[in-house]
Design a protein around this ligand. Structure first.
Ligand code: LLP
Length: 439
């Protein structure tokens, strides 16, 4: 471990010189469960949840921390998050199914999506999901008619696009004007959405939502978004009598992927958001609403590491050394999609000096299948176990079966005990839904 801050809290090197996570030796875990293997440390997961909750409690009584389950959605993780007092955001039918299978109270579920299908909305309404975050004019109409059919009032928030360009990769910016998400302020769409929702008898407009992007390191973008939302609230209050009870300012807190990253802390993020809302509401003379945030990455990323087996090493003289592992873009799309940078280490020789620069390549049939471009690791050997840290978010949830690779197994470790929370997919699982041409 060159930078301990990017590993789970209880990661260390043990007497055998192996990477150990909360008492579980990675070499033993791999021997038992195979590779690629995702390992989550339970204590880090719980710590991250507790830090969010404690930071809020210090500043307000009226808040809700909603876990954005798109970052990593499994039954066990939904249960753990709920045990820590967080609510859950789902953005598709399958995430909703997982949350319900985990026993999450429907009242604590927020349904998101810029194009929720009628099937997903029906499912959510039938299960009495607490909140729908409405994204488009068409959805207002559809949801009103579906709630009317059930003779119910559905609580909703409206997703507003505040026109803020967050300083992050273009593909994970969401708050800018030119966006498929939400109601923009230009041409008065946001104000019009508020009016139409207030006029819909079966929709109960409890508040507004904005998510400006992901992997954001500084508070300024959020502060600007809050200020824009509050101006809108003031206008809607004066013009339409809208009383905003909930203000949801999305997720987006950036994390350390490498030793060079310097994100704000959870505490700074929460303070910035809560105090931002307080100051802005005071500025316009409106009462403090419930403050909601929706962190995904910052809850789960650091808790997870992924272990691979080194299969071959190829030196291209004078250019680079490729170290190929038994996973790649099927379990981690982030380097290919966002140019994401990772570190790596050799887990079975954790104490050896990291003195060799290599390119960690995956096993897929694409040149872009590079997991870590210039990884500084101990001199690698075929058969080594190579670990990439900070793989807890947007890995498993974005995994594919490309080139016929089954999805990895996922373990949850605590106090020397490892539990399987997702079994390794089998080849048979991968074709289970397929039907033959004949017969
Ligand atoms: N709320 C909404 C409405 C969102 O769209 C997202 C993330 C979140 C909350 C959680 O954001 P977080 O706290 O995780 O930054 N696949 C990309 C990230 C996409 C984020 C999509 N929305 C990645 O791997 O970087």
């Amino acid at each position: 471990m060159t930078h301990t801050l990017i590993y789970p809290v209880n990661a260390t090197h043990n007497a055998a010189g192996h990477l150990e996570i909360d008492g579980c030796d990675m070499v033993d875990l791999v021997a038992e469960h195979g590779t690629p293997l995702m390992v989550y440390e339970e204590k880090t997961l719980r710590d991250q949840c507790r830090r969010f909750m404690a930071a809020f409690r210090e500043r307000t009584d009226d808040f809700e921390v909603i876990y954005a389950s798109k970052a990593f959605c499994t039954i066990a993780v939904c249960q753990l998050i709920a045990e820590e007092g967080l609510s859950i955001d789902v953005s598709g039918g399958g995430e909703l199914y997982t949350a319900l299978a985990a026993g999450i109270e429907p009242e604590r579920i927020f349904l998101h999506g810029n194009n929720k299908t009628p099937r997903e909305l029906t499912y959510a309404l039938d299960e009495r999901v607490g909140y729908v975050v409405v994204d488009s004019f068409d959805e207002i109409g559809l949801l009103e008619s579906m709630a009317a059919e059930r003779d119910r009032r559905q609580k909703v928030l409206l997703r507003i696009t505040p026109g803020v360009e967050a300083h992050t990769h273009h593909y994970i910016q969401t708050g800018q004007l030119d966006s498929k998400f939400g109601f923009g302020l230009a041409e008065g769409h946001a104000g019009e959405a508020i009016r139409r929702t207030l006029a819909a008898p079966h929709l109960d407009l409890v508040g507004l939502h904005a998510h400006i992007g992901s992997q954001i390191f500084e508070i300024e973008g959020f502060r600007t978004a809050i200020s824009v939302l509050v101006d809108l609230l003031k206008e809607a209050r004066d013009r339409d009598g809208f009383e905003c009870r909930y203000l949801n300012i999305g997720g987006g807190l950036g994390i350390r992927y490498t030793g060079e990253d310097t994100p704000m802390s959870i505490e700074e993020y929460v303070a910035g958001k809560v105090e931002g809302v307080r100051q802005e509401m005071e500025r316009v003379g409106l009462p403090m609403p419930r403050v909601l945030v929706e962190p995904g990455r910052s809850v789960v990323a650091k808790a997870g590491v992924t272990a691979y087996r080194v299969g071959n090493i190829k030196e291209v003289p004078g250019i680079r050394t490729y170290v190929s592992v038994d996973g790649g873009m099927s379990d981690n799309m982030r380097p290919m999609l966002y140019g994401a940078v990772y570190e790596a280490m050799i887990a079975n020789r954790a104490e050896d000096p990291a003195d060799t620069t290599v390119t960690v390549a995956g096993k897929h049939c694409e040149s872009s299948d590079i997991l870590v471009k210039d990884a500084l690791i101990a001199r690698p050997q075929v058969g080594d176990i190579l670990v990439t840290p900070v793989t807890g978010a947007y890995f498993f949830s974005m995994a594919s079966n490309y080139n016929g690779n089954p999805r990895a197994a996922v373990l949850l470790v605590r106090d020397g005990v490892a539990r399987v929370i997702v079994e390794r997919e089998s080849y048979a699982d991968m074709v289970a839904e397929q039907r033959p041409l004949h017969g």
